[in-house]
Design a protein around this ligand. Structure first.
Ligand code: CUA
Length: 350
């Protein structure tokens, strides 16, 4: 029913809880007004026929309406108006009152783009990323003229006024990409003042934000997590495993302790390795990273120098993820307990 009505009215998809509520009110108003309009039209038609002038001497009789008809005529439409108000006003009030703990994103409109600033400093142009299932409060302003921040799929539209902050909020219900428009004519570039709202699964969003805060380049579907070091680590490990498979690392390095073309990754982290030069190094983050970038520099005794460099083939987060994956392959024989944070930062432990 919801979907049918939505299609009939050419409404965009409903990507927020608010969208559904607004649409339901909209359907209700449309349906009741359509029924009323049909009733008025049919009545007019019947009256045209029934009370048509039949001869030149026909006289229109005087009709005194009964009080009850007058009362109904006023009360029924008024009742509907009040009912719509009773449904719509709480929705409006709700939209003005973001819940406690909503994530704040600063939105700045300017000719002709949208700029978004996230908690902790990161910012972006024309693409707004938000976590699914968490309320997001937008604090909106403009640097020049009046714009209007509009996301049809969320049923959110709020003017951006210079010198003033307006706010609105919503909770995205499912991941996806949604269009952002400017809904206030603001000059030549108005029609191109577009943006994209990207709703991501909450964990992925945290990873992204964390990564942005670190100022590291973002890789496709890459992953760690703000506020949850344990999940951050397991995400990194999973990502490392993926990257290692994609890059072909596992063709030469085993993860089950057996010897292959290269040293096994099992218990590699923290292991003292004897090099061809006779030196001994401890396979720490620094060594592991260096070995990926410049494999010929320190060859482990007993192995051939056959590994290609991965300099420029992997981004820093990917390298960190691989290091984290290698660290996760420690058995109790070498170390026990959780390993430390990834190479490029120390995630505080719980
Ligand atoms: Cu900005 Cu129209």
């Amino acid at each position: 029913m919801n979907d049918l009505m939505r299609r009939m009215l050419f409404l965009p998809e409903q990507a927020s809880d608010y969208a559904r509520r607004v649409d339901h009110l909209h359907y209700f108003v449309i349906i009741t007004t359509m029924i009323a309009a049909t009733g008025v039209f049919l009545t007019a038609l019947i009256f045209f026929v029934k009370y048509r002038r039949r001869s030149d001497t026909d006289r229109t009789p005087h009709i005194a309406p009964r009080l009850i008809h007058e009362v109904l005529f006023i009360a029924v439409p008024l009742g509907f108006f009040l009912l719509w108000f009773a449904i719509g006003f709480p929705q409006y009030v709700d939209l003005q009152r973001p819940p406690q703990g909503a994530m704040d994103v600063y939105v700045q409109g300017k000719k002709w783009m949208w700029k978004f600033a996230y908690p902790g400093g990161p910012s972006s142009l024309d693409s707004l990323r938000i976590p699914v299932g968490r309320p997001v409060r937008l604090l909106i302003t403009s640097r020049d003229v009046i714009h209007s921040f509009y996301v049809p799929a969320m049923r959110v539209k709020q003017d951006a006024l210079p010198g003033r902050y307006t706010q609105t909020w919503f909770t995205a219900e499912r991941p996806g990409r949604y269009e952002i428009f400017c809904a206030e004519y603001c000059g030549m570039g108005h029609s191109s003042m577009l943006g994209e709202l990207i709703a991501m699964p909450a964990a992925e969003f945290d990873d992204w934000l964390q990564q942005q805060r670190r100022g590291l380049p973002l890789t496709a579907d890459s992953a760690p997590v703000a506020g949850d070091p344990v999940r951050a680590r397991s995400n990194l490990i999973a990502q490392g495993q993926r990257v290692a498979a994609d890059q072909g690392c596992l063709k030469c390095h085993t993860v089950d302790g057996t010897r292959h073309i290269g040293p096994t990754w099992t218990d590699l982290y923290g292991r003292p390795e004897k090099l061809t030069t006779g030196k001994t190094v401890v396979a720490d983050e620094g060594y592991l990273t260096k070995s990926m970038m410049d494999p010929a520099a320190d060859i482990v005794a007993g192995y051939q120098n056959v590994m290609p460099t991965f300099q420029g083939k992997m981004s820093p987060p990917e390298i960190a993820a691989i290091v984290e994956y290698i660290k996760s392959l420690s058995t109790a024989a070498v170390r026990s307990g959780p390993s430390e944070g990834p190479a490029y930062e120390s995630i505080p432990r719980k």
